[in-house]
Design a protein around this ligand. Structure first.
Ligand code: SF4
Ligand code: SF4
Length: 294
């Protein structure tokens, strides 16, 4: 039996590929993008989220565990969350079998068939759990359910090529064309990501490129021109989606013991005028380009 760690199963998703979809969020990501809206995806393990504003200091969690104050010592067993009467302590991430995940996915089969939708595997970086992902994709293929994999391309090339024949569509995230800037903003190596994108193109994969437009990072004509040139070179790119950054994470990082790493631009979102201009740069390269969620 192959198990994996899932932190969310989102039904009726309209922004992760065509039609109505279920998005399965797998835990674990090697990148550390400062605008990450899913900090709960970063650790590969189940973990406790703590909301100070919900805590009534009742003490019910204290006798349960000596590790309440130490994330390093926490095993993610969830006993303290079970003991908490207010939801201040919440277990995020659950180990599931392929069969269990498919049980949830199959509930909405009618919606997929009716809307041209399917299932999207996202994260985190879903290729952080390559065996689990492959088994889920194979199970969907057996059920004739359309699949999409939302990846940042930060993975072993063999893992990517291994799942390519089972994946109907790749939603491939690109962030920045300048290598140094890319590393500063994401902690990840730009060259390896591009090589993986080109590998997918050569493997005849269907690809939608998704670019978060983030003020203070890549929200400029120069950067978008470079990304458009890059996208135009890759075989198999069917669409490009520009995803406007929505601003602050709020209290989310603190719930997971993480520091907010956003620069001062965090409160801003790109203007509609800029987005339209950027979209034209991509369309000028012959790329079918949209603004908004995909
Ligand atoms: S999840 Fe388990 S190990 Fe972690 S703090 Fe809660 S009770 Fe302790
Ligand atoms: S059980 Fe929940 S509400 Fe009570 S002290 Fe612990 S975290 Fe706070």
């Amino acid at each position: 039996m192959i198990n994996g760690t899932v932190f969310n199963l989102q039904r009726y998703s309209l922004h992760d590929g065509p039609g109505i979809r279920t998005t399965v969020f797998l835990k674990g990501c090697p990148a550390r993008c400062w605008w990450c809206h899913n900090p709960e995806s970063q650790s590969p393990l189940p973990e406790i989220a703590f909301s100070q504003n919900l805590c009534i200091a009742c003490g019910a969690c204290r006798p349960v565990c000596p590790n309440l104050l130490s994330r390093e010592s926490c095993s993610g067993c969830g006993a303290c969350a079970d003991a908490c009467p207010t939801g201040a302590r919440e277990l995020v991430g659950r180990v599931m079998s392929v069969e269990e995940a498919m049980g949830s996915v199959l509930k909405d089969r009618f919606f997929y068939e009716d809307s041209g939708g399917g299932v999207t595997f996202s994260g985190g970086e879903p290729l952080s759990q390559p065996q689990f992902l492959k088994a889920l994709l194979a199970a969907c293929r057996e059920e004739e359910i359309h699949t999409a994999v939302d990846t940042a391309g930060i993975c072993a090339p063999e893992s990517l090529l291994d799942i390519a024949p089972l994946t109907d569509l790749f939603l491939f995230d690109l962030k920045c064309a300048a290598p140094e800037r890319h590393r500063e903003g994401t902690g990840a190596d730009h060259a390896a990501i591009l090589e993986n994108l080109e590998r997918l193109g050569r493997a005849q994969a269907r690809i939608w490129i998704r670019i978060p437009v983030v003020p203070g990072f890549n929200d400029s004509v120069k950067e978008m021109e470079a990304l458009a040139a890059l996208a135009a070179r890759v075989h198999g790119v069917r669409q490009v989606w520009l995803l406007p950054y929505h601003g602050s994470w709020g209290a989310k990082p603190a719930r997971f013991g993480l520091e907010a790493a956003q620069p001062a631009q965090e409160a801003m979102a790109p203007s509609q005028e800029s987005l339209e201009h950027y979209a034209r740069l991509f369309r000028d390269k012959g790329l079918d380009t949209r603004i908004g969620g995909a």
